[in-house]
Each structure stands twice: as structure tokens, then as C-alpha cells.
Design a protein around this ligand. Structure first.
Ligand code: FES
Length: 77
């Protein structure tokens, strides 16, 4: 069994610094790479900036009622 190792990167001192848009998605940069930060209820999580399907910008999508970040182009979750 392989042990997962996580590397944490600090992107802000406080969640209010992230500049969430009305869709509760913010864009942050880690080591020169853009990522999306999504806020849903009491959770905050990171997702890819570009959709793996065809490169839609996930920050332009929305968070559905189940907390999925939905791509604005073809609704990949
Ligand atoms: S580019 Fe995101 S679902 Fe197609």
C-alpha cells in the first residue's frame, strides 16, 4: 500500500483575501500555476483551473447543489 503525501501551499492568510466571485469560486496561483478555490457551505477546496475535458475555465462555472464545481462549457463536474 502506498502512502499518500500531500504538499501544502499557503495562498492567503485569511479566506476573505481570496476574492471569491458571486459563484463562490476564486482563482489563486501556486508556483506560477492557476488553480480554482471553491467555497461550498463550510468547506473550501481546490480544483483545476482548466477543465480536463476541453479546457473550459472552471472559475467561470458554478457550484451545484451537491457541491460539485461544474464546467461552463459542457457541464463536466
Ligand atoms: S470543456 Fe469542460 S466539460 Fe467540456
Amino acid at each position: 500500500m502506498t502512502e499518500k503525501k500531500y504538499i501544502w501551499h499557503k495562498i492567503a492568510d485569511h479566506i476573505n483575501e481570496l476574492g471569491f466571485a458571486d459563484n463562490n469560486i476564486a482563482v489563486a496561483e501556486v508556483k506560477g500555476k492557476k488553480i480554482c478555490i471553491a467555497k461550498f457551505k463550510d468547506d473550501v477546496f481546490a480544483v483545476a483551473y482548466k477543465c480536463t475535458h476541453a479546457g473550459g475555465i472552471m472559475a467561470d462555472g458554478y457550484i451545484d447543489a451537491l457541491g460539485n464545481v461544474v464546467c461552463p462549457l459542457h457541464r463536466y463536474k
